[in-house]
Design a protein around this ligand. Structure first.
Ligand code: NAP
Length: 279
């Protein structure tokens, strides 16, 4: 019970996998969660062999009630000194084209699983008198995002929640940081319903994003990763009217979407909007 662990959710691929590799190199014992049990086992053997650390695995679906309660069960057994809440899914397209089932699953993973983990874990950290949490958010949290509305809203929810909790838990010596990561070359962006060449922002590697996240362990507050993102979502965001930025982002997505509308004919949705505007 006394050995400290770092928890990483969504550790099998992308930024989460890069986080696991980097933290293993630093000698940290890890608890890794994601759905792909085989991939997690492969990572565990490789990292335990190379770095002589202890790795605990939980293969579960964090979008489900059962998976969330399995994750909570770990906190009774292991002392988690640091938690990186990284698992998330996105969906890109028109809000009306996304099924309610898909939306519920995204909200359940990106929001509810984190809320439940925080509720149990922060109490343990408060009683221990220390702890560190990093919430992996996105630059998508920093503005309403047409055609990425559900994902961006879940990220904004977590950003607000983490900033509020930071204040509540400061006196308990528990540090909470939110890192707004920019576009990163992972399965998430490769499988997105957009032509990546038509998106304005550049890619960084999963390792680069992981290092930016690791840098914020033990720190407080919210951080935007990358100079371009800081300029756009920090400075320009502050001096630009909301409706202008939302329209800019909406038009960028309209230009980049591969499947424009799943229910109607391609472009029918955009055609309708254009008609209303010209009336
Ligand atoms: N990539 C970007 O451009 C970008 C930009 C900004 C922010 N971010 C944020 O960075 C974080 C990591 O994203 P990524 O790009 O590394 O994504 P990714 O490559 O798709 O990896 C997502 C990870 O989450 C796990 N996961 C997905 N659904 C899950 C579920 N229901 N239950 C448990 N685990 C689940 C996946 O593993 P399994 O499939 O095995 O479950 C995988 O390990 C996310 O919070 C994302 O919002 C990414």
């Amino acid at each position: 019970m006394s050995r400290p662990y770092t928890l990483i959710t969504g550790a099998s691929y992308g930024i989460g996998e890069a986080l696991a590799i980097e933290l293993a190199q630093r000698g940290q014992n890890l608890i890794l969660i994601s759905r792909s049990g085989d991939k997690l086992h492969q990572l565990k053997s490789q990292l335990e062999y190379s770095y002589r650390i202890d790795i605990v695995l939980l293969a579960c679906d964090l979008a489900s009630e059962e998976g969330q309660s399995q994750a909570e069960g770990l906190f009774e057994k292991y002392r988690i000194s640091t938690a990186i809440l990284n698992a998330a899914q996105e969906w890109t397209g028109a809000f009306l084209d996304c099924s309610l089932e898909k939306m519920t699953s995204i909200i359940s993973l990106n929001v509810m699983s984190n809320v439940r983990i925080l509720h149990t874990l922060l109490e343990k950290m408060r009683l221990n008198g220390k702890g560190s949490v990093v919430v992996v958010s996105s630059v998508a949290a920093l503005s309403p995002m047409p055609y990425c509305s559900i994902y961006a809203s879940t990220k904004a929810f977590m950003l607000h929640l983490a900033n509020a909790l930071q204040f509540e838990l400061e006196k308990a010596n528990v540090n909470i940081a939110t890192v707004c990561v920019g576009r990163t070359d992972t399965g998430m962006t490769r499988n997105m319903n957009v032509d990546n060449d038509k998106m304005a922002m550049k890619f960084v590697t999963a390792k680069e994003s992981a290092l930016s996240i690791i840098d914020k362990i033990g720190k407080r507050g919210s951080f935007i990763v990358g100079r371009d993102n800081q300029l756009l979502f920090g400075f320009i965001r502050r001096i630009t009217p909301d409706r202008f930025l939302i329209s800019l982002i909406g038009r960028m997505f309209e230009n980049a979407l591969i499947r424009t509308s799943l229910r109607s004919e391609p472009s029918a949705l955009f055609g309708q909007r254009a008609k209303v505007e010209s009336d």
